[in-house]
Structures are given as structure tokens and as C-alpha cells.
Design a protein around this ligand. Structure first.
Ligand code: F3S
Length: 393
């Protein structure tokens, strides 16, 4: 009550008002402690001057729990190499400085769980990046709603969230069973599956059967695409994800996912099929160490075409590991570039002269045509790297 009354200052009061308002809207019975926060709305491209002013107006208080940021609009060190304008960079740095005043760690990544910011099973958290929310809920078994930037910041400042939605057992049960009739191989197959099922289930909870021994990268791709196409915040995979073991699945609709649907989903994600490709962008969500290894192996001994760029997006922590393992050297030697703190969707791609792009991510394929005004080809990592070497599809 004291915080709400303003006893702890206007910023904490505003943060508490946001949490209480959410609790009232969603009929929460109480506020609960959260272990960590992850804040979205960090790129100047997405929040603009209005967002910058709001963040600056709040940045007189410190966060009280471990908090990280979503990708910004540029690599905070290599932005000149990316071709980012000084005007954009100045605004972006202003935003990062404002977040620093909160005491937020400038780990700017949508995969904080790959850089040591990983919640435990059943931890309550307040994360905002939709792909990370879906991964944390589904694969790690943590509990978070799809927070917005302001509500995640409010939780970071107060250390609490309203007890509703995915924090409650009853909302974590499956609403649709999806039985796979096709064996998935590539991470992009999981992306295509997620895009197709996300549209069908909307913001429900899909329960997948028939997925055998998926990699963590595949589950990451599935999380991102389900979240992007349908608003999914939680999925289960029989025999794989932690909560799937204890769920009773019965009395809900079951649909099949076939090889024809997989092909259709691939086709629907490309806006063009052949021609010159300006940019090949890998790393949505941010590439893991094993994905860096894969790109390095595919690029080793080859050369990116003169008219094309190969950009790989990852977190600062994974880039450092990739350097130690020698993957970075192989990618750069082939003419590729590895960027941190940003991605192909929230960087100002439209200002950098790119008109066509190849991606291995369903989420990037969904967002990029509108967010970055580019035509898109969606394919496997192997096809994308091959396009980068040839310069065309
Ligand atoms: Fe991450 Fe950017 Fe994709 S924030 S999930 S790489 S759109």
C-alpha cells in the first residue's frame, strides 16, 4: 500500500500502479515474487522518441531483481560496420544509458537463458520477449505471462507480478493436441511447424506428440514461431518438456500435422522464390553455440558473394564462446559478419539498402516484410548459407 500511495517516490508508485491495474484486469488474487525480468522495447526502431522519453522518465530508480534487455537496433560496438547512421546510434545509446541507470544489465538478447540468465523449473519470472517467454515456460518450466515492456520494467522495479495467466496451474494445461505424421530434421522444420500450428491454436497451449528427441535449438525455433504466428506462450512435447510428464491429455481436439502441411508452411513463408539476395540473416532467436558451429562448418573454406552479406546474430556471451571454439574465425574468414545486441527484425534494415533477405527463421520471415520492407526467402540454414555464397537463390 505504501508504494501505491507514493511513499517510495513517483517511479515506484507508477510501477506498482501498472502491476495492480494488470491484476485487476485479469482478476489476480495477489501479487507474487518474481526471480527475474527481461524487458522488451529496447530498439530505437521499435520504441522511437516516445518510448525513449518514457524510459528516461522512469530511470531514477533501480531494479530489485536480475534484469536483462531484449535486442537493440544495432551492435553496440560494431554499429558503424553495420552501416547504422550516427543519428540512429545516438538515440540507441541514449536508450541503453537510460536502462543502465536502472541498474539493468546490458545483456541485450532474446536468448538470455543461453547466457546464464536462466530460470529454474517453476520459478515465477516477468519476461517480455515472446520467444523467450515461450521457451522459458515450455522448455525450462518457468512461469511467465507475455509481459509488455512497461509491465516487465514495473516487475523489475518492484520484484513482483500479478498472479494470473501462466503463473497458475490451471492455465498451463493443453488446449489442442497436435500429432505429427512427419519426421522433422532441420530447425527451420520446427519453425515451419510452429508457424502453421500457431495460426490454428492462437493463444492456446498446444501439446505435440510424435516429436522424437528434438535439439534445444529446434525447441527454441518452435517457441519463436509459435509465439510469432499465434501468440502462444506455452507448449508441451510428449516425453520431452518438463510438464508434459505430469499432464493428463484427454477430452481436447487432436489434429495431425503432415508432410504436405510442412511443405505448404515453407512455401507460405517466402515472398519470393528466386533472384538476387542482398542479405542472409541467421540467428532469430539469437544463435546458440551449436548454431554458430553449424554456420561455421557450412561457411568454412568458402566466400560470401560480393553483392551479398551474411550476418549472424547472437548474444555477447555466445559470441565470446564461439570465438574460443574457433567458429567466429571461420565465419569471418568466409566473409560473414557476427553481430550481438541486435537482430535482423529490430535493426533498421530498411535504412541499410537491403531489399531482399534469406532467413532460416519463421519469426523473421513473418515480421521482416512489414518491419523492414524486404522480400524474404525462408529455408534451412544450409540453404541460407548456400545462398550467401552464390549471392542469389
Ligand atoms: Fe530475437 Fe529478434 Fe528474432 S528479438 S526472436 S532475433 S525477432
Amino acid at each position: 500500500m505504501a508504494i501505491l500511495r507514493g511513499d517510495n517516490g513517483p517511479v515506484k508508485q507508477k510501477a506498482m500502479q501498472i502491476l495492480v491495474a494488470l491484476g485487476e484486469i485479469f482478476d489476480a488474487d495477489k501479487l507474487i515474487d518474481v526471480e527475474s525480468a527481461q524487458i522488451s522495447g529496447v530498439s530505437y526502431k521499435t520504441i522511437g522518441d516516445t518510448g525513449l522519453q518514457w524510459v528516461e522518465s522512469m530511470s531514477t530508480e533501480k531494479v530489485v531483481i536480475p534484469t536483462t534487455l531484449n535486442p537493440t537496433g544495432m551492435d553496440l560496438h560494431l554499429w558503424r560496420q553495420m552501416g547504422i547512421s550516427h543519428e540512429f546510434a545516438a538515440k540507441q545509446i541514449q536508450i541503453i544509458n537510460a536502462y543502465s541507470r536502472f541498474g539493468v544489465k546490458s545483456l541485450c538478447s532474446c536468448t538470455p537463458y543461453l547466457s546464464g540468465h536462466s530460470p529454474k523449473f517453476k520459478d515465477h519470472i516477468a519476461w517480455a520477449e515472446s520467444s523467450a517467454v515461450c521457451y522459458a515456460n515450455s522448455v525450462l518450466g518457468a512461469r511467465t505471462n507475455r509481459e509488455g515492456g512497461p509491465s516487465a520494467l514495473a516487475s523489475a522495479l518492484i520484484g513482483k507480478t500479478a498472479n494470473y495467466g501462466y503463473h497458475l496451474d490451471e492455465n498451463r494445461k493443453p488446449t489442442l493436441c497436435v500429432d505429427l505424421d512427419v519426421h522433422l530434421h532441420a530447425e527451420s522444420d520446427f519453425s515451419a511447424l510452429g508457424v502453421s500450428i500457431g495460426k490454428k491454436v492462437n493463444n492456446g497451449v498446444p501439446y505435440f506428440t510424435g516429436i522424437e528427441n528434438p535439439s534445444a535449438d529446434s525447441l527454441k525455433s518452435l517457441a519463436a514461431s509459435l509465439a510469432a504466428s499465434g501468440g502462444v506462450a506455452l507448449y508441451h512435447v510428449e516425453g520431452v518438456t518438463p510438464e508434459a510428464y505430469s499432464l493428463q491429455v484427454g477430452g481436447i481436439e487432436t489434429i495431425n500435422f503432415t508432410s504436405d502441411e510442412l511443405v505448404s508452411s515453407y512455401d507460405a513463408l517466402s515472398t519470393f522464390q528466386s533472384g538476387a539476395v542482398d542479405l542472409v540473416a541467421i540467428g532469430c532467436p539469437h544463435a546458440s553455440l551449436s548454431e554458430m558451429k553449424k554456420v561455421a562448418a557450412l561457411a568454412k573454406g568458402k566466400k560470401v558473394a560480393n553483392n551479398t552479406k551474411l550476418w549472424v546474430f547472437t548474444s555477447a556471451g555466445v559470441k565470446l564462446m564461439a570465438e574460443r571454439f574457433g567458429y567466429l574465425k571461420d565465419i569471418i574468414k568466409a566473409g560473414g559478419e557476427v553481430y550481438t545486441d541486435c537482430c535482423m527484425v529490430v535493426a533498421p534494415i530498411e535504412q541499410l539498402g537491403f531489399k531482399t533477405m534469406a532467413v532460416n527463421s519463421g519469426k523473421a520471415a513473418i515480421y521482416s516484410p512489414s518491419a523492414s520492407k524486404v522480400e524474404v526467402i525462408f529455408g534451412t540454414t544450409g540453404r541460407c548459407v548456400d545462398i550467401a555464397m552464390k549471392g542469389f537463390a
